[in-house]
Ligand binder design. Structure first.
Ligand SMILES: O=P(O)(O)OC[C@@H](O)[C@@H](O)c1c[nH]c2ccccc12
Length: 251
């Protein structure tokens, strides 16, 4: 699947038109996650559909969802901008950035400098970079170029050896451990527990995917996660607010 998505991204790159730069003030994702609103940080995701689950939310109002996340105490927001597989759009991110005050991360498959520039222009505060999509050296380049453009990065890994190899090239300020197996699409929080052992002391990491309950938060918190990235369980809730309350076990 990842291979297919990357093929699409390469095609899209051939006709990518850079939008005009939005005049925005960048917000720090690192800082927000270092001082979370609750016992563990929350990056709440705006996600309409996914390749594994199909359509997740029929009534999809991206700005309203983002505003509700912020009002409910999310520390940051992740916005899917991939159109073909996640039914996202870069305009959703720009609109959300304008209406909110917390850091906004662009969730897409970023494999080229042009997309880093595009992310800066549409108003992203941070971008997701995925280990294994390009070489670790190229990933480092994209990471540095994002920082040069005033953005921060969440660098995602899926396996312990992937993290080990990455750390031989550079140490990202923020690591994401994806609980989803990209081949089978199944999720297990053991993934976080296993891979966390290889995260350097003092480096923050986020546990991503397949997180639904207060027990899940405790489990990944014990493994050392500073924050969680949650999409589906919030998007399927009756409202974003109820979804966040349910996640944290609040009345
Ligand atoms: O909807 P979930 O299971 O809560 O997962 C959110 C997020 O981790 C997931 O959307 C994700 C993690 N890494 C990605 C890379 C690309 C697209 C999507 C993702």
């Amino acid at each position: 699947m990842l291979k297919t998505i990357l093929e699409t991204k390469k095609q899209e790159l051939e006709s990518l038109e850079l939008p005009p730069a939005q005049q925005v003030t960048k917000r720090s994702l690192y800082k927000a996650l270092r001082e979370p609103n609750r016992q563990i940080g929350l990056i709440a995701e705006v996600k309409k559909a996914s390749p594994s689950k199909g359509l997740i939310r029929e009534d999809f109002q991206p700005v309203e969802i983002a505003l509700a996340y912020e009002a409910s105490g999310a520390d940051a927001i992740s916005v899917l901008t991939d159109q073909q597989y996640f039914q996202g759009h870069r305009d959703y991110l720009t609109a959300i950035k304008k209406e909110t005050t917390i850091p906004i991360m662009r969730k897409d498959f970023i494999i080229d400098e042009q997309q880093v520039e595009e992310s800066a222009r549409i108003g992203a505060d941070a971008i997701l970079l995925i280990a294994g999509t390009v070489s670790d050296e190229d990933l480092h380049q994209l990471y540095q170029s994002a920082h040069n453009k005033g953005m921060e990065c969440l660098v995602e890994v899926h396996a312990a050896d992937e993290l080990t190899n990455l750390l031989m090239v550079f140490t990202p300020q923020l690591i994401g451990i994806n609980n989803r197996n990209l081949k089978t699409f199944s999720t297990t929080l053991h993934q976080t527990e296993e891979i966390a052992k290889g995260v350097p002391a003092g480096t923050m990491f986020v546990s991503e995917s397949g997180i639904h309950t207060p027990e899940d938060l405790i489990q990944v918190g014990k493994a050392g996660a500073s924050a969680v990235l949650v999409g589906e369980s919030l998007m399927r809730a009756e409202s974003p607010n109820l979804g966040i309350k349910h996640l944290f076990g609040e009345k």
